[in-house]
Design a protein around this ligand. Structure first.
Ligand SMILES: [Zn+2]
Ligand SMILES: [Zn+2]
Length: 133
């Protein structure tokens, strides 16, 4: 990993699209593909997948895999948070929640494991779906 090496132009475009969407915005690879193609019409979907993988390795974007969602989504790398998925419309929202470090430590000790990451997802109905009955 050499962070000083400039990103290939196509990868930089992918990063720009994710960054411009902002925190709290979760884009699927096909949504990213559509947005990147507006600026770089010749780009292929394979490049999008490779680019996302590379950007994830470099820590520029985070990959979110939410149970029940059709595809992984991507967001700009930022503070840890949990996600909420609406089981009616599939909408994914950020939830300001992290499992406290002392809880993780206690769990790790209890199970004799080393916990390196946490992915918390809540599920239910979003405010829009609740409002529409
Ligand atoms: Zn909903
Ligand atoms: Zn998020």
């Amino acid at each position: 990993m050499m962070p000083s090496t400039p990103l290939p132009k196509n990868y930089q475009l992918i990063r720009d699209v994710v960054d411009e969407c902002g925190l709290g915005c979760h884009l699927t690879p096909s949504e990213i593909y559509a947005k990147v193609r507006e600026r770089q019409p010749g780009i292929g979907l394979t490049t999008i997948y490779r680019g996302l993988e590379r950007l994830r390795e470099l820590g520029f974007v985070s990959e979110i895999e939410v149970p029940g969602a059709d595809a992984a989504a991507y967001e700009p790398a930022g503070p840890h948070h949990a996600h909420f998925r609406c089981s009616s419309c599939g909408r994914i929202e950020d939830v300001a929640f992290v499992i406290p470090a002392n809880t993780l430590d206690a769990l790790a000790r209890e199970h004799g494991v080393e916990i390196k990451d946490q992915r918390v997802t809540f599920e239910g109905r979003c405010s829009r779906c609740t409002a529409s009955g």
